[in-house]
Ligand binder design. Structure first.
Ligand SMILES: C[S@@+](CC[C@H](N)C(=O)[O-])C[C@H]1O[C@@H](n2cnc3c(N)ncnc32)[C@H](O)[C@@H]1O
Length: 236
């Protein structure tokens, strides 16, 4: 297992998000009573219970290329026929969906290319809800610029919304995820770092722990300079 997954195994979620932000986004839509939902890049499946709470008759396809996440989703929903999970590429899901939900995963495809590709996988009355890391417009510190240089395509809010429209979507609503949604992600990561510190068997894990810690420290010091823009969009 890579050092990254030593740290990330069995965490509740793999990016910022929480029930409040999920419900905020869903409040802008009227989904069918029994919608088909794709959770694209579902990670360990943190958002599946919230999606089911919103539409108890939903059928959810949860896709993630990282097999251990899918094993976890399957184990958690083993007795629930509403949830299927697989390691297929989210860019080419099987079927059409009333909602494509993708928390922190669209950047793997690129906002514009990913949304364009999903147009053929959406029903007539459908929507996409995604969250995308971007610059907020506050002055960018050297520390934030250096850290997020790893995300070369990172844009500001206008760029993300322009890409959404260029992909043929109308934006119904958007806002930055509240800080609480970041804390929901980072608190378990911090607890894992604290538990693993001092036990590292090799330099690779030490370096991975340092990298995770510096990302959390950056958020505490400069988290106002960047955010996860949550976007609710429908095809034109
Ligand atoms: C930042 S994580 C977010 C996971 C989850 N949505 C959450 O919020 O906890 C992004 C996920 O997208 C998955 N992913 C990346 N490219 C993918 C692809 N082409 N198809 C399916 N999953 C993909 C990764 O394996 C990763 O688990």
């Amino acid at each position: 297992m890579t050092a990254f997954f030593v740290i990330h195994s069995d965490l509740p979620r793999e990016g910022p998000g929480d029930d409040e932000s999920l419900n905020w986004a869903l409040s802008h839509l009227t989904l069918p009573r029994a919608p088909r939902i794709l959770d694209a890049g579902c990670g360990p499946g943190a958002d599946i219970p919230g999606l089911l709470a919103h539409r108890p008759q939903a059928r959810i396809l949860a896709l993630d290329t990282h097999a251990p996440f899918i094993d976890r989703v399957r184990a958690r929903h083993a007795d629930d026929p509403r949830v299927r999970a697989g390691t297929d590429d989210m860019a080419r899901p099987d079927g059409r969906f009333d909602l494509i939900w993708t928390a922190g995963a669209l950047y793997f495809l690129g906002v514009r290319a990913g949304l364009q590709g999903w147009r053929d996988h959406l029903t007539d009355e459908c929507a996409v809800i995604y969250s995308e890391l971007c610059w907020t417009g506050q002055p960018r510190s050297d520390a934030a610029l250096a850290h997020w240089a790893q995300y070369e395509a990172m844009q500001d809010q206008n760029g993300v919304l322009a890409d959404t429209r260029a992909a043929g979507f109308t934006v119904l609503a958007h806002r930055y995820l509240p800080q609480a949604a970041w804390a929901t992600y980072y608190q378990p990561v911090q607890a894992r770092i604290d538990r693993l510190r001092g036990t590292e068997p090799d330099a690779e894990l030490t370096a991975a722990l340092d990298a995770e810690q510096s990302e959390i420290d950056l958020w505490h010091a400069h988290g106002n300079e960047y955010g996860y823009l949550q976007v609710v969009a429908v095809p034109e």
